[in-house]
Structure formats: structure tokens, C-alpha cells
Design a protein around this ligand. Sequence first.
Ligand code: UGA
Length: 456
Amino acid sequence: MRISVIGCGYLGAVHAAGMAELGHDVIGIDVDAQKIAALARAEAPFYEPGLPELLRAHRSRLLFTTDVAAARDARVHFIAVGTPQRHDSPAADTRFVDAAVDALLPYLAPGHLVVGKSTVPVGTAERLAARVRPTGARLVWNPEFLREGRAVDDTLHPDRLVYGVDGDDETSVALLDAVYAAPLAAGTPRMVTDLATAQLVKTAANAFLATKISFINAMAEVAEASGADVTQLADAIGLDARIGRAFLNAGLGFGGGCLPKDIRAFRARGDELGVGEALSFLGEVDSINLRRRTRVVDVLEHELGPLIGRRIAVLGLAFKPDSDDVRDSPALAVVQLLRERGAVVVATDPVAIETARLRDPLPTYVETVEQALDGAEAVVLATEWAEYRGLDPVVAGSGVANRLVVDARNALDVDRWREAGWVVRGLGRAHASRVEDPRSVQREPEHAAERQPDHV
Ligand code: UGA
């Protein structure tokens, strides 16, 4: 089938390539000429594992252009543009979605289907459906659940497909089933709902994930105050199938282009709908999350004293591993907070240095871990890239001026690092914060007071 994808960012470019992999002829459209030029050369304009391979493999089925008129040849049109946070409020800015649909209207005809994938405030799809209807085309809301870093696999093998339809519309359902024939044949569950439910499914899913992360980070605060270990707590409660271990990694919290802005937009929409009270807890979810960032800096200050002039290595800039996305990145926020307190920050990341530099050109970015560690008085593990998790603490210790590491993602093997002479501070891990072996505290009760977990 010939389809168009409007918006070729983290979502749209992967969706376009994924649809080509499913056997469709795809026209990818974006207003950003540079992005389109890269995609037309079969180059991914951002880091996403597996995407360059798909673009190269399906060159003959993928056309990228800035000209929306090219969509006239397609029958199904996916809307995959961004809905960032507004500059003047926490609500979502839906201007790009509106503009994409408006630009498409002249090329729509009876039998065409507009498929919304962008994350929008509930009520947006109904408004857009009314605009599309006079053309004879129909609109379905089909939210996207892909995760950056695993976007290709999530697109080709989704957990579920949700179609929000405008009234009774079996024709559109059948058309979308034809688009997704391969994942449906592989057994992907598919749910047909009304428009409002489909939009809410996406927002509610992201709100739940954010809440789960903030819940465990709230427990991290309690663990620090009570001498417990949040990672063991997460393992133990996660064994309860009703709770589950996924998304219970305490540390620096969530960032990226989705969860932070989505919970804010959801709250704002709740206020508009008169159900603000029902979503007020999301404000707390946001606050707990943002506190993690200052917490890392406070821990460093506790260990080193005033940070003015102190050299700190920050490992990781992306909001999560396997991505070069630094939108609302907790790692980049830590870099900025450290600089505000006068530290000399040397930061690195396997792939996100350029995107970080575009967002904030001021910090010192270096290409390698060795350069970052050279002469560092403390190290912060801010994004748990596999290569940072696997660092040899003996080798890492040879370049630094002081063996102090703040494991802000609770990703390191604490015993191994301590054996190599490092002071390891975790977040929500009283034991990982101690230099001494906790067993020795029991053997030498007279020193116990000095060796109590340090509740910074
Ligand atoms: C998120 C959702 O997981 C996707 O389902 C959704 O489709 C996407 O948003 C979207 O709306 O487009 P993504 O932003 O790619 O995906 O990243 P996640 O894997 O959800 O991670 C978000 C943040 O939470 C990262 O900063 C990560 O480091 C952090 N995180 C995740 C934790 O701090 N602890 C955890 O246990 C898990």
C-alpha cells in the first residue's frame, strides 16, 4: 500500500522505515530540509539502533520530501509530528498537528485515511476528525508506544495496536488492519476504541510509567533516610507479579521528549476538563523526579564541600542509553546544576555530545571516558550506557585525582568498585554509600556511630 508519514522526527522517521519493512511504499514528509536530505541519502538524522539498516534496505520503497503535495499519491496518511510543551504553559503545543492536517486537506479524497500517531491532549482527534470529514476521508487515532533506543523493534513488533475510530467505521479499521497485516498475523493484540479512549490510552500509559519511576524514587528518598537499599526493595516488590520489576530503577529519574511533557500536558488538560484534582498527583510525580537532579549535586557537595573549581567528570548526556536525545535529559540537567555551583564539568557520551552541544554549548564535552576521568575529583554516572556499566574500576581509577563515584543510575557493581578503592555513592542506597564494610560495623560497635549510613 502507498502511505505517507508527515513528520520525520524520532517517531515519524522510524515509522516510515518500519512501514517500508512491512512492505509498503512510503512517502516521508517533513518541513526540515536537512533532515529530509539525510533520510533521502538513507542516513538516519539521529541515533537509533537499527534505523540506518532499514533505511538502506528499503531505499526503493522510501521517498523523502519536504513537499506535502507528494502525499496525494498515498491512501493512508500518518501524522507523526511533535507536540512539545508550550513555552507559555505546561500544556501541549498542538500547532504542528493542526498544521500537518491542514496541509494535507487539499490532497485528501474519499477512501483516504488520516491516522494520528502523535501524543495529543484528549479532544484533539475529535477536532481534527471534523476537519477531515468534509474531504470524504476518515480519521483514526492510533497512538504510538515506541521507546527511543528500541524504536525499530517496537514499531515492527508492538505490544498492542489501538485504533480510536470516529463513530462506527469498519472501513477504516479494515484499511488499518491491511497496513498492520504483518504484526496482526504475528498475534499482536488489537483494540478498537472511540477517539477519546485511544488518545487517553497513550497519555495514561506514559503517566503510569512516570508515576512508577517517581514512586521508586520516592522510596529512594525514604531508603536514604532510613538506611535501606532501594535496589533491593525494587527487586523484592518487583517479584510481586501485580507490581512487576520493570520501570522500578531508582536513580536520576525520567527525562526525554515524552514523559516529562506528557504528564504536564495531561494535568493541564485535566484542569481544562474540570478534573484537575484527579490528576494533581502528577504534580508530585514531576516534583519527585526533578528533586533527583539536585540530589546528585547535593551528594557531591556533601562529599567534596563547595564545588567551586572542583573538577567533576559526568558520564552520559543522553536522557537514556542507546539514544542521542538530550531533551529534558536528567544527565544534562546535572551538568548544568554542577556548573551553576561553580564546578569544572567535563562531560562525555558515546553519541549525544553533538545534540548536547546544540542545546548547551557551554560545558566542556570530551569524546572519551579517559579524557573525562583525567584528573577528576569525582565521577557521576548519569546515563547507564553499557560501556559505562562495564568500566573496569581499576583502569578508571588510574586517571582520576580522587576515587569518588556517584552512581546516579544505580548501575555499577558496587563491591567491585569498592574493592578497587572507590568511594561509591548510590541514590537510595545507604549501604552503597558507605566506605566501610557494613559487617565490620557490627564487629566494632564502638565505631558504629561513625559508620552509620550517611543520609545525605
Ligand atoms: C516513553 C514510553 O516508555 C514509550 O512507551 C512511549 O511511546 C514514549 O515515551 C513516547 O511517548 O513516545 P521513551 O521516552 O523513549 O519512551 O523512554 P523510556 O524508556 O520510557 O524512559 C524514559 C525515562 O525514564 C528515561 O530518562 C529513563 O532513564 C527513565 N527511567 C526508565 C528510569 O529512571 N527508571 C526506570 O526504571 C525506567
